[in-house]
Design a protein around this ligand. Sequence first.
Ligand SMILES: [Fe+2]
Ligand SMILES: [Fe+2]
Length: 198
Amino acid sequence: MNEKKERFIELLRSTGRQGIEEVFNYLEKSGFFTAPASTKHHLSFEGGLLEHSMNVYDLAMAMRGPIIAMKPEMEEKLPEKSIIIAALLHDTCKANIYKKTKKWNLGNGWKPELVESYNTYYSEMPVGHGEKSVIMLLNLGLKLTHDEIVAIRWHMGAWDLAFQSYEAKSNIDEAGKRYPLLSLIQSADNMATHILEQ
Ligand SMILES: [Fe+2]
Ligand SMILES: [Fe+2]
């Protein structure tokens, strides 16, 4: 087992959370550990999704300390176990959507070449992104706190709102105010995707 996968499993197991072994079984079978993080935007190679999840966790934990130093009451609102669960499992929805393919690409010198790539298949469970992760985890029997549900559901922030209703906008605004874990995971996901992984 590679080092990142070992650390991922060890961290999640350390939460002692009911249902976590079923989640491991699913992640293994679905291809989570070998999936890319995206088809072309960030970490679009084998193991990219695992690396991205670890990056989100490391960034969230790096920010936790300074936040608590500036606002001590955040210590109990940002429990380490919830950061582990929300950061490492926020993109569970991506576990089974990538299939390997070959695509034409203009390489150096504008010469068309066939390169390894991925296609995405959402049709097995077409219910969205963050909500899909939450539903999958609950269906697998994982116990989630309200904070974790909200943080995973809305981790895409406004990126998830393009065609959504006034109610969705109100929900995300209220979620941000009530659950600090959401802002932490959103920020870490955004920083991992747009800074570390470019
Ligand atoms: Fe995501
Ligand atoms: Fe993500």
